[in-house]
Design a protein around this ligand. Structure first.
Ligand code: PLP
Ligand code: COI
Length: 354
């Protein structure tokens, strides 16, 4: 499929790297294509970033049929543009699509489209450690219809955003709050898909957490309310003695690409890594016994995010000494060295945009 390109000259400039937060600075262009039953994915175009026109009856507004991805492009010291595991994101997008009755996309085609868009938007890629170009592929249901069924038409778009750290804390440890009253996802539901409704469902608990001074919610399983699942926007790891533990994938948590990367590096470095059930009681008991060494989250936006405090009901535990732990930093450096082209890409995770 041919991509129609319409460009715009703007005098907008990228803010200073040190002023970049997360998700507020959008670039000048976006990639868009539409889907209908008779034409499949069609009308692919790169066009100036602007508001869309869709019907108020578009099914996404009413029944939430929407999926998205999050990945990043990095600028290396020798000015190469590196995408980190982009095909894994599009594979996951297709799994989310299937789970939400949305048509799949052609990964080779969207990879080409993404690279073309990024080449055009090169000036928006910041260069310092901790900054990057965040890429947000999204699919929404556009059928103007008020009955409940899968939409017959969709729009796929990729928007780009120059970003710095996701959390205001940067690399400093964040505080997380265990939700006792709310659950994020149940087995048989859509928790493992990156669909908008999972985030909508998480808001009431995260607003409560924020009011109490916590950055995000740590979710427990929906049935026993005992086993740890993940955090609002990242997967979670616990270092207990010398065992690095992350909850196993049970269909209710997002299979994070950073999570896979951490597991992979941990194995490569000969660490004792387990994907297994871990209860909140085990974490608190390990803390009581002085065995809970570190806790950190992993995610595209969050990278590696040390956790310094966990609250569960009236109980609060502090982890570490207010600084990022040694293991969290080892993974942060290990991952970012590959992403920014400072270390050999021994795992073949980088795809260069040339
Ligand atoms: N869990 C949730 C709910 C997320 O939104 C994210 C972010 O994408 C993650 C985990 C981490 O996934 P990844 O490492 O693929 O970014
Ligand atoms: C990401 O890390 O890419 C995410 O999608 C998390 C969040 C911003 C929703």
């Amino acid at each position: 499929m041919e991509i129609k390109v319409t460009t715009i000259e703007t005098n907008r400039t990228r803010p200073k790297d040190s002023d970049l937060g997360f998700g507020q600075v959008f670039t000048d262009h976006m990639f868009v294509m539409d889907y209908s039953e008779d034409k499949g994915w069609h009308d692919s175009r790169i066009e100036p970033y602007a508001d869309f026109s869709v019907s108020p009856a578009a099914m996404v507004f009413h029944y939430g049929q929407a999926i998205f991805e999050g990945l990043k492009a990095f600028k290396t010291p020798d000015k190469k543009i590196c995408l980190f595991r982009p095909r894994d994101n599009f594979k996951r997008m297709n799994r989310s699509a299937t789970g939400m009755c949305i048509p799949n996309i052609d990964i080779d085609f969207v990879m080409d489209a993404l690279k073309q868009l990024i080449r055009l938007e090169e000036k928006w890629i910041p260069e310092t450690l901790g900054t990057s170009l965040y890429i947000r592929p999204t699919i929404i249901a556009t059928d103007p219809f008020l009955g409940v069924r899968a939409s017959l038409t969709y729009r796929f778009f990729i928007m780009l955003s120059s970003v710095g750290a996701y959390y205001a804390e940067g690399l400093n440890p964040v505080k997380i709050w265990v939700s006792k009253d709310h659950v994020r996802a149940a087995k048989g539901g859509v928790g493992e898909f990156k669909t908008a409704g999972n985030y909508a469902a998480s808001l009431i608990a995260s607003e409560k957490a924020k009011k109490e001074g916590y950055a995000q919610v740590l979710w427990l399983d929906a049935i026993e309310r005992k086993y740890i699942e993940e955090v609002g926007a990242m997967n979670i790891f616990f270092l207990i003695d010398d065992e690095l533990i992350t909850p196993n994938l049970t269909g209710t948590i997002l299979p994070g690409i950073t999570r896979y990367s951490v597991i992979n590096l941990a194995k490569k470095w000969g660490m004792n890594i387990s994907e297994r059930k871990i209860s909140i009681d085990e974490v608190f008991l390990a803390h009581e016994n002085g065995k809970l060494k570190e806790v950190f989250g992993s995610g595209t936006a969050a990278v590696i995010s040390p956790v310094g405090e966990i609250r569960y009901g009236d109980k609060v535990i502090s982890i570490g000494d207010g600084k990022p732990g040694e293991t969290a930093m080892k993974f942060y450096t290990g991952l970012t060295d590959i992403q920014y082209g400072k270390a050999e890409d021994s795992e073949n995770w980088i795809e260069v945009v040339d």
